[in-house]
Design a protein around this ligand. Sequence first.
Ligand code: ADP
Length: 276
Amino acid sequence: MNDRKSPASLDARGLDLHYGGTAVVHGANLRLEPGRILALVGPNGSGKSTLLRALARLHEPAGGTLELDDGVTAPGDALALKRSEFAQRVTLLSQSRPVPNGLSVRDVVEFGRHPYRGRWRAADPDGASAVAHAMELTGIVDLAGRGVHELSGGQLQRVWLASCLAQDTSVLLLDEPTNHLDLRYKVELFDLVHDLAREHQVAIGVVLHDLDEAADIADTVAVLSEGRVVASGPAHEALEADLLSRVYSIGIVTHADPITGRLRTRAVGKRSSALV
Ligand code: ADP
């Protein structure tokens, strides 16, 4: 990531999201800000992915507004921006992506530069350095010439992340980015996300399953339940035991880690002593 980009915020107000005639997200308010990490948590089916896709303009809202403010031009309706202009500012690492046959790792990372290329493949002077930097950050330089269909799930996940980073956007959306990653790459990914926010002022929205990971990394945690944001704030406020127990329909207790002081959650089964 270089710092050519103006930091940007993305503000969703009252988003209603439907599939066909069925409403799955109701009046969601979320704000992504430069240098800050927002984690979206909630049970399966609560609407996290749909909401993230709507922030990336991959799901058209039935109601509500999405505003992008990059501090340069007047804050504007993100839904009215040209696709390529929006894609220079906002990118999404989605959960499942097709594995393109016959493409090399470098090809896929270079694909991240698509918003900067015109129909006639106009010059993209920053492209080569953005691609090289993204591959370095994600530790895939050695894989550059390999076919993506030969890669492990974890390697592929890093290639897709590199493709997003090469896009060099001010807003980065990540849907369960630690899927398939082993412990080392998981820790490295969180370090990278933290650096992107703090050092490069990227605004980050991330869907996470693991509540402790959300508490570790996020400035703000938003809890989704049945398509509604039912809590939003710092982890120690939003991840409140009674609320979580209701939302996840299972007993959940919380405590502060005695060493780090960070919030920890623990699900307990029907027998309160049985740890899950
Ligand atoms: P989460 O990411 O929290 O697991 P999703 O956003 O994937 O939740 O799903 C929210 C709701 O929307 C669920 O009820 C799910 O069944 C429904 N849904 C998701 N994708 C589709 C789709 N392509 N068509 C119809 N319904 C969908």
